[in-house]
Design a protein around this ligand. Structure first.
Ligand code: NAI
Length: 347
């Protein structure tokens, strides 16, 4: 099947081409994002393959449908960038990769905690300058600390297991309890108690209307002074301006972000020769106790192989007129109560 692959970086091409040896689709790679400006490129392609910053709003989907596209194959788990109601109305199938490697994301979250807690990012820069002083590098044992896990699905559960291994006490918040986390001794409680009791808080819930700006001024007010906050879920789960204020006041002791509310205009590109226009993002970069990575938590060899395999298997199933089991529809999402934002381009 002819597939237009958008937001294609060399690494996407590498993994998709390797997996395609088995599936033999005709993959045409486009580097730009899919948007109103680029949707005309898709005419005559029955399938598009897209990623987190491609924007499939109502008008883009209409344009795709009029050009004969019937399948939107997401090569990610999140689908907040697709207007599912519109896709359904146009009779288009949307597939995704619901799970590829929870370890990749959970381990990255732990990496941010370890680096921030022991100030490894600062030590690395100092030592390279010949500065071997220890002032300012004091950390704390993770053993015995209380870790709040918000969202205990596939990634949250792996994260909880790793932190349990460090000897941390686990508090959890999720509308659906995960017995695997309870078996580790995680105590499910109200969000307010997770905020108030945790030394470290890590976000692993999806972006939904309920979780949009879950971490806002009021939530931050309830947290311990010096809390370490980690977000590898979706940028808009955090109200970034409120978080900047909390960093300035010292309420947040350290912040690790792999995602950012306005990341679509920034992430996955080399901007080192340009002036960053986003003042909130630029402010975040000035704090010594903030580490930002550019949505790389998923980016392991294992995850990329699994993403490529599942995406191409989804396309093959569609070509054969069979369900892949990875279809996502507005009605299914409504039923499961996991409806993510459909109009933002956030990952
Ligand atoms: P999952 O669906 O297995 O788990 C999500 C959990 O969040 C579920 O247990 C659900 O009940 C819970 N949840 C839903 N609403 C909630 C709320 N209001 N408060 C607290 N918990 C709530 O998803 P998985 O695979 O664990 O992924 C979690 C999130 O991680 C994804 O939605 C995505 O946003 C993010 N992600 C980030 C990646 C990255 O590279 N940074 C890569 C992959 C996923």
């Amino acid at each position: 099947m002819k597939v237009a692959v958008f937001s294609a970086k060399p690494y996407d091409r590498q993994f998709l081409e390797a997996a395609n040896a088995q599936h033999k689709h005709h993959l045409q790679f486009f580097e730009p994002h899919l948007s109103a400006e680029t949707s005309a490129l898709v005419a005559g392609f029955p399938a598009v393959c897209v990623f987190v910053h491609d924007r499939l709003d109502a008008s883009v989907l209409q344009q795709l449908a009029s050009g004969g596209t019937r399948l939107v194959a997401l090569r990610c788990a999140g689908f907040n960038n697709v207007d599912l109601e519109q896709a359904e109305a146009l009779g288009m199938i949307v597939t995704r990769v619901p799970a590829y490697s929870p370890y990749a994301v959970a381990e990255h979250a732990v990496g941010l905690i370890l680096a921030l807690n022991r100030k490894i990012h600062r030590a690395h820069a100092r030592v390279r300058e010949g500065n071997l002083a220890l002032e300012g590098l004091l950390g704390a044992d993770l053993h015995g600390q209380t870790v709040g896990v918000i969202g205990t699905g596939k990634i949250g559960a792996v994260f909880a297991r790793i932190m349990h291994g460090f000897g941390c006490r686990l508090l959890a918040y999720d509308p659906i309890r995960n017995p695997e986390c309870e078996a580790l001794g995680a105590r499910y409680t109200e969000l307010g108690e997770v905020f108030a009791q945790s030394d470290i808080i890590s976000l692993h819930c999806p972006l939904t209307p309920q979780t949009h700006h879950l971490i806002n001024r009021e939530a931050l007010r309830q947290m311990k002074r010096g809390v370490i906050l980690i977000n590898t879920s979706r940028g808009a789960v955090i109200d970034t301006k409120a978080v900047v204020e909390a960093l300035k006041s010292g309420k947040i002791g350290a912040l690790g972000l792999d995602v950012y509310e306005e990341e679509a205009d920034l992430f996955f590109e080399d901007l080192s020769n340009r002036v960053i226009q986003d003042d909130v993002f630029a402010r975040l970069l000035t704090f010594p106790n903030v580490i930002i990575t550019g949505h790389q938590a998923f980016f392991t060899r294992n995850a990329m192989e699994a993403i490529a395999q599942t995406t191409l298997a989804n396309i093959t199933a569609f070509e054969r007129g069979q369900p892949s089991g990875n279809e996502v529809t507005a009605s299914k999402v409504r039923k499961e109560g996991h409806r993510e934002h459909t109009t933002t381009a956030h990952s």
